[in-house]
Design a binder for this molecule. Structure first.
Ligand code: ADP
Length: 646
């Protein structure tokens, strides 16, 4: 065949198979091939393992035949698969008795086959034509076949790649599905674990808070003990929350809980916590704040606290005694009204090698040292980075070996918009104005049910308590409660089903329902509100938030201890008592924080621990004790302010 004829034929082949791939391509090829060589039949195959071949397309006369899979041994194709162009001009059925019947059935007497080779030269398929007449195959026929074979080789290669790609994709999808189901299992485990751990914690914290309300009736020893129970419970709760955070981050499920955050207080609080550890390690702590907004910003306080405490914890761990740690918090107001805040944690510690700097944010990466062993998991910075990203911020680090490290975080916060929580602590509430209200409590956990009922009774509600949603529904028409407080997970009828049933009853549709759940996930909160709950609280219930929510739902005016019965706000406190003692700013911050939380027991204990042996502070201590005995938080805050500004 001349070069020109070859090119023309190639063009014809291309036109025929244009846009065709796979089966359609090979069907077109065998049809065109039989036409081009004027042969009765044409077929193409690909090699299978075990010396077998499978037809990809089979054209006989004027139509396609069913493709066959066959053993190569004893067939003319066997020679083709060895790499030879194989031609039989006549009697092909007699030469290959294995296939005689088949050739006879087709009426075929001559055969011409050519291997199809892949890019490495290995035979991966073949192409053959057969004719009903005796035929001395000419070189031109072989040239034509060769061109078809070259074109087929390209398509076979392409389909092989495609199959491999599809297999890889399938494996990837399977791996992804497997990972997702493992993740799903992990999430379920997390939420169940959360429930399991928080439920008993709810009992511990709730009863400690409830007993503390008995105030004066308790001996000092009991009150101190309760304080310890409460603080240990809170500590445990924090640990649980941190662990859950880590698990959630790992499962890609970190969700922020934005609230009103006073950045200046947050910094004070974090520093007061870090200072204890720093002092134990004989390090000095310096704090620099600049232009921090006095109004609250909208963000997740726990996340920022965790970030700063992780960085400060590292600074303490990796700084030799006598060293220095600095926390800087600077803010600048943006035109849009947001605050651009930079937190810096700097230490004069051992520093980090430049090569390590890139890797320290990787999970489980720890710099190996021969000179010192420091406890840690290598997760702290990985969590920090993920948390900062979740806040929409960035974290960076500079460090010099032997000089120190400086971690810097840039974040932007919007001003807070949530309503101000009650500034008066719940421990001071003794009742409410107006008629006695009825509350129905539904919870299958008897400890929690008793806790909620006793708490509500202690502030003057009439309470009926039941163990599940169905019992609640049954007694509703008679009980006619003003408010329903329900757990979400209960047997027989859960909280969601209860509230849906209620919302369908015209007489009860307006009754406010407060849902409580030990699973702190947003999903539950959103679902509860969507189902018709009026408010959602996660367990353990924070006393102040619980009463606050009840007050909002029922439009109550609370009565506070020591306040006149007709007023919902406390009487002005007596003027600060004469206290000629100057408090350190750190202790002031810590005490102000405890006062703001209404934790009078911890506050007096802290005053005694810090100043018990200081004679100059005696009258200050007595003032605080006298005010504490009256639960006069406002008075205590005034004394603190007066003593710190002396
Ligand atoms: P961990 O402290 O639990 O090992 P981190 O993820 O918090 O894990 O830190 C990873 C590694 O980065 C640490 O092991 C330590 O080698 C290095 N590193 C972190 N912070 C500092 C620091 N302030 N000074 C020196 N090295 C640090």
């Amino acid at each position: 065949m001349s070069e020109l004829d070859g090119l023309k034929l190639l063009r014809r082949i291309e036109e025929g198979v244009a846009g065709k791939t796979g089966d359609a391509f090979f069907r077109q090829i065998v049809c065109d091939l039989s036409g081009a060589l004027n042969a009765h039949a044409a077929f193409t195959s690909r090699l299978l393992p075990g010396r077998r071949a499978r037809m990809l397309a089979f054209w006989v006369g004027d139509r396609y035949e069913t493709c066959l899979e066959y053993a190569l041994d004893g067939t003319p194709c066997e020679f083709v698969y060895r790499g030879d162009i194989t031609a039989y001009a006549r009697n092909v059925g007699e030469v290959f008795p294995v296939d005689r019947a088949w050739f006879e059935q087709l009426g075929v007497r001559s055969y011409l086959g050519i291997p199809v080779k892949d890019e490495t030269g290995a035979v991966c398929g073949h192409l053959a034509v057969m004719d009903t007449r005796e035929r001395d195959w000419a070189d031109a026929d072989i040239d034509v076949l060769r061109l078809f074979s070259l074109r087929s080789a390209a398509e076979l290669e392409r389909t092989r790649y495609q199959t491999e790609l599809e297999q890889a994709n399938r494996a990837l999808l399977e791996a992804k599905a497997e990972a997702e189901s493992a993740n799903q299992a992990k999430s379920v485990f997390i939420s169940q674990m959360s429930h399991e751990l928080r439920t008993p914690l709810n009992g511990i914290l709730g009863f400690a808070q409830l007993l503390k309300r008995e105030g004066d009736a308790l001996s000092e020893r009991v009150r101190d003990g309760l304080s310890i129970i409460e603080r240990s419970g809170e500590h445990l709760l924090k640990l649980v929350n941190d662990l859950l955070d880590l698990a959630r981050i790992e499962a890609g499920k970190l969700e922020l809980s934005p609230g009103r955050v006073y950045l200046d207080e947050l910094v004070e609080h974090v520093v007061s916590l870090a200072r204890v550890r720093a002092q134990n390690a004989r390090l000095t702590v310096h704090v620099v704040t600049e232009s921090l907004p006095t109004a609250p910003v909208q963000t997740d306080e726990r996340v920022i606290r965790q970030i700063l405490l992780n960085l400060l914890g590292n600074a303490v761990k990796f700084t030799e005694p006598g060293g220095r740690i600095t926390l800087e918090a600077r803010a600048a107001r943006r035109e849009a009204g947001t605050h651009a805040v930079t937190f810096v944690v700097e230490d004069s510690g051992i520093g980090i090698e430049p090569a390590e700097l890139e890797r320290i944010f990787e999970p489980f990466h720890r710099v190996t040292r021969t000179d010192r062993t420091v406890e840690g998991t290598g997760l702290g910075l990985a969590i920090v980075q993920r948390l900062v990203t979740a806040l929409g911020g960035t974290v960076s680090v500079t460090s010099q070996k032997g000089v120190g490290s400086r971690f810097s975080i840039e974040c932007e916060f919007a001003p807070a918009q949530l309503p101000e929580a009650s500034s008066l602590p719940a421990t001071e509430i003794e009742g409410y104005e107006g008629t006695i209200r009825r509350v129905l409590v539904a919870d299958d956990d008897s400890d929690n049910r008793t806790l909620v009922a006793r708490l509500l009774e202690s502030v003057g509600f009439t309470v009926q308590a039941v163990g599940d949603g169905r019992d609640a529904l049954e007694c509703l028409s008679e009980a006619r409660p003003d408010l329903i407080v329900t757990d979400l997970m209960m047997p027989r009828m859960d909280g969601m089903q209860l509230v849906r049933a209620l919302r369908g009853e015209p007489a009860l549709a307006e009754t406010p329902v407060i849902a409580m759940s030990a699973s702190a996930s947003h999903y539950t909160r959103e679902e509860a509100l969507r189902a018709g709950c009026s408010a959602f609280l996660s367990k353990p219930l924070a006393l102040a938030a619980f009463l606050e929510t009840i007050g909002q739902q029922l439009g109550l005016r609370w009565r506070y201890r020591g306040a006149s019965p007709s007023s919902s706000t406390a009487e002005p406190s007596p003027a600060p008592l004469a206290t000629a003692f100057r408090l350190s700013p750190e202790l002031t911050a810590e005490l102000q924080h405890l006062a703001k939380q209404g934790d009078i027991i911890a506050l007096t204990a802290r005053v005694d621990a810090a100043l018990g042996s200081n004679d100059a502070a005696q009258s200050f201590r007595e003032d605080v004790r006298a005010l504490a005995a009256r639960y006069d938080i406002r008075g205590i805050r005034q004394v603190l302010a007066a003593s710190s500004s002396l």
